[in-house]
Design a protein around this ligand. Structure first.
Ligand SMILES: Nc1ncnc2c1ncn2[C@@H]1O[C@H](COP(=O)(O)OP(=O)(O)OP(=O)(O)O)[C@@H](O)[C@H]1O
Ligand SMILES: [Mg+2]
Length: 338
């Protein structure tokens, strides 16, 4: 359970300071611990001295719940720490991700248009709601849409497939359409209040970079764009770490400039900043027929040699079984006839 900032009152932090913390999206002691005193002072308009004191008190409270460990922990304890994952409702993608979408980290789905990024994100916002015993997180989701491509009617069908009440599933997804980077940044800041209040454990951002690319075009704006994107990603990381929430973002791809033969023809956009922020980077491609292929492009602890196939249907994202890949009786017959 997170320690709410109001608890800092008992540690002698002034009410005025607490309200400044809250309005700058520092709603819990855990989210304070994750930034430097300097950052805290800047964000909340506090003196460095006050920020240092606040952070120290926040840390003491966060130590009580084991969020931070002053004395360190053994590697064995670290190993025993429970990693939470939830199913995306497609066995192949779950396997690729080492058993499902992890909380506390960023999972990125990158790919060309129509490779299934929005479908996978929409399905995740339903499967996250499944009870824990069915592989879900038993919690709500937030969907931040930069492209207006989220379809509520699609959620209905997906919910039915997973045995959830469609109306309840729709109610448990809080949807934000954002029109520019300002909206996007402010929405993530607002989530520091919404996530704990509404029991949200998954945040989707579809797509992360689109508005940044549109608002900061060309080489001349690249440095400013990346700086702004970096600050935004720091907020995202703090949100996930602070609330142990899963975060799925989608990303477009761009051509690889040097075109070396062993290189992929495309790579995810966003440069080094996004590359470093993304913990699990999944590349999606179009496969044979209506199949789509997913592969790990970058992950600290996952096998990048596996590729899995999936398909987008009326019911959402489904596995392509070996049975599906076999030619049909008619196909065999016509091949034999040739
Ligand atoms: N009800 C449905 N039944 C079958 N296929 C569907 C259905 N709805 C959407 N699709 C397929 O999903 C694909 C689009 O997938 P999706 O929107 O997830 O792609 P995307 O990677 O998000 O693309 P973009 O880059 O344009 O945002 C299309 O090829 C479409 O045919
Ligand atoms: Mg999309």
């Amino acid at each position: 359970m997170p320690n709410l900032v109001d608890e800092l009152k008992t540690a002698g932090v002034a009410a005025n300071t607490i309200s400044r913390l809250k309005s700058a999206s520092y709603t819990t002691c855990e989210t304070i611990v994750l930034v430097s005193p300097k950052q805290l002072a800047e964000d909340c308009n506090l003196s460095l001295e006050v920020a240092e004191k606040v952070r120290l008190q926040a840390r003491k409270l966060a130590e009580k719940t084991g969020f931070v460990n002053k004395e360190g922990i053994t590697a064995l304890d670290l190993l025993k720490r429970k990693v939470t994952r939830f199913t995306i409702g497609c066995e192949g993608i779950d396997r690729l991700l080492g058993g499902g979408v992890r909380t506390g980290v960023i999972t990125e789905f990158a790919g060309e248009f129509r490779t299934g990024k929005t479908n996978l994100s929409s399905q995740a916002s339903v499967t996250a709601q499944l009870p824990i015993e069915k592989g879900g997180l038993g919690a709500g989701a937030v969907y931040i849409d930069t492209e207006g491509s989220f379809r509520a009617e699609r959620v209905k069908g997906i919910a039915e497939r997973f045995g959830l009440n469609p109306t309840e599933a729709l109610k448990n997804i809080l949807y934000f359409e954002v029109f520019n980077t300002r909206d996007q940044i402010d929405t993530v800041k607002r989530l520091f209040r919404i996530v704990p209040d509404q029991n949200v454990r998954l945040v989707v951002l579809d797509s992360m970079i689109q508005h940044f690319r549109a608002e900061y075009p060309g080489r001349e704006n690249l440095a400013t764009r990346q700086q702004r994107l970096n600050l935004h990603l720091q907020d995202v990381k703090r949100l996930m770490r602070g609330f142990d929430c899963a975060f799925i973002m989608t990303n477009q791809v761009q051509a690889q400039p040097d075109g070396l033969p062993f290189k992929e023809p495309t790579k995810p956009t966003g440069g080094n900043i996004l590359f470093h922020a993304s913990d699990y980077r999944v590349m999606l491609k179009k496969g044979k027929g209506d199949a789509r292929i997913a592969r790990i492009l970058d992950a600290p602890d996952l096998d990048s040699n596996i590729e899995v196939a999936f398909r987008i249907t009326e019911q959402g994202v489904e596995d392509v079984s070996a049975e599906d890949e076999k030619p049909s009786a008619e196909q065999v017959e016509s091949a034999q006839a040739v």
